[in-house]
Ligand binder design. Structure first.
Ligand SMILES: C[S@@+](CC[C@H](N)C(=O)[O-])C[C@H]1O[C@@H](n2cnc3c(N)ncnc32)[C@H](O)[C@@H]1O
Length: 269
């Protein structure tokens, strides 16, 4: 295990994920309770891998930065058995869980993405799934993205599945209309701003369209975090009701800008 340098907020992150590892083990609910989000992130990632495979006409090298308990790596490595997958993870507890899976086409290291990424590989695709928001200092967030960019091959792609302030503001405006309290990011998150995404060109990362719309989960967030909360009778199911599931499935996705978690794709040039 590498000797990781610590930052002033690391105890918040490491303490939080120690509990997550203990409570959720290898489960897909580790780090995200809402499984529509997990499913959408997997669909988005799979779509980008398929597109890149067609472009490159070869199997890809893919890196999961902040891979948690390895749930996403386990799923995509099965879906794309010819690709070589790599992961890195800062929490020693989650790192241990991820490596315990012993997945054949996956190599995982214990590493902090604020430090240069030590894999001797130029990646075709690097993704973060709610990870940059765990870096609780804006400068460190840029350092992490710069480290990602440095490990991409020319025309390699960075898929950011991260949370943004602007859409949280939209969600809270919709909640206020229904007399619901604002939701705030948890203490282990520092949401990004659209301004942040626009500044990644300085690292050679140019925004390109994603296969799935950036706001794919917006309808789901409106249904579950506004509509359901507003009409729920006293004693009604608080979360994950059939009613909320019904409307998420019945309505088209990507309506409005109510999902803090967005999908953004960048190409290295
Ligand atoms: C919200 S969790 C998501 C985990 C995983 N991507 C998933 O979807 O289950 C964020 C992850 O980022 C990791 N992380 C936080 N800071 C990190 C850093 N500086 N370097 C690498 N990983 C980090 C956390 O330990 C945690 O596993």
């Amino acid at each position: 295990m590498s000797n990781l340098k610590s930052g002033s907020y690391d105890h918040i992150i490491l303490g939080h994920y120690k509990k997550v590892a203990k409570n959720n083990g290898l489960d897909g609910r580790s780090s995200i309770e809402d499984q529509y989000i997990r499913k959408s992130e997997l669909e988005c990632l799979s779509a980008e891998i398929e597109i890149l495979q067609k472009i490159h006409k070869k199997e890809l090298t893919v890196l999961d930065v902040g891979c948690g308990n390895g749930h996403t790596l386990a799923t995509v490595s099965q879906r794309f058995p010819g690709c070589m997958f790599y992961g890195l993870e800062f929490s020693p507890d989650l790192f241990q869980l991820a490596t315990s899976r012993k997945i054949p086409n996956v190599e995982i290291i214990h590493h902090d993405c604020r430090q240069e990424i030590p894999f001797n590989v130029n990646f075709d695709l690097i993704y973060t799934e709610r990870v940059i928001i765990n870096i609780l200092n804006r400068k460190d967030q840029y350092i992490a993205v710069d480290n990602i960019s440095k490990r991409l091959s020319p025309q390699g792609r960075y898929l950011a599945m991260e949370s943004f302030r602007e859409s949280l503001v939209e969600l809270n405006l919709a909640r206020r209309e229904m007399c619901l309290e604002d939701v705030s990011p948890s203490k282990h998150n520092l949401f990004l701003s659209e301004h942040f995404a626009n500044k990644l060109e300085r690292f050679g990362l140019h925004r390109i369209p994603t296969a799935m719309p950036f706001n794919h989960m917006s309808t789901h967030f409106y249904v579950t975090r506004v509509f359901h909360k507003a009409i729920r009778p006293e004693g009604g199911k608080v979360k994950f009701s059939r009613m909320a599931q019904f409307f998420t499935e019945a309505l088209p996705p990507a309506i409005g800008n109510y999902s803090p978690i967005q999908f953004h794709l960048f190409e290295k040039r």
